[in-house]
Design a protein around this ligand. Sequence first.
Ligand code: S3P
Length: 168
Amino acid sequence: MKNIVLIGFMGCGKTEVGKILADKLGYTFIDTDSIIENEMGKSIAEIFHEYGEEHFRGLEARLVKELSGMRRCVISTGGGMVIHRENLLRLKKDGFMIWLKASPETIYGRVKSEQHRPLLRVENPLQEINKLLGIREPLYAEADITIETDGLDVEEIVGMIVDAYSKF
Ligand code: S3P
């Protein structure tokens, strides 16, 4: 069986949904941000601060290559993983890819009280969310399916994914 790959913007629930989904299916859960943090012994914020975003993107791309060939995994990706389209294509080749979509307002509501996302530590986070979504949405839209998560709870989202995966 192919992997399940969750993509989407920060704050769309990829990690939370991924963990429960993996548990339900008996699959291995992989969170790309956590793997990078463990490998580097630093938080994402520290990596951005010390080495810059481009370096982080390089780490993401290397990790995606390492993941190729894995099966029966639920892979939860960082929100910017897709900006190098090659990552998206690699992950999609071995996986059923799902875009967890949310409106800018929902995203803002979820991330505004959190401090660990360097790209949103700006004066006007909502404006930044809109800007980044404008760039990224065409890439997220390359997923096999899209789930509009606004108003849904985690269990509902997991149920929809299990259903779609069984038909895939
Ligand atoms: C990023 C999303 C983050 C993390 C990093 C950059 C992005 O992951 O990879 O802060 O560019 O959207 P989450 O989507 O899990 O928050």
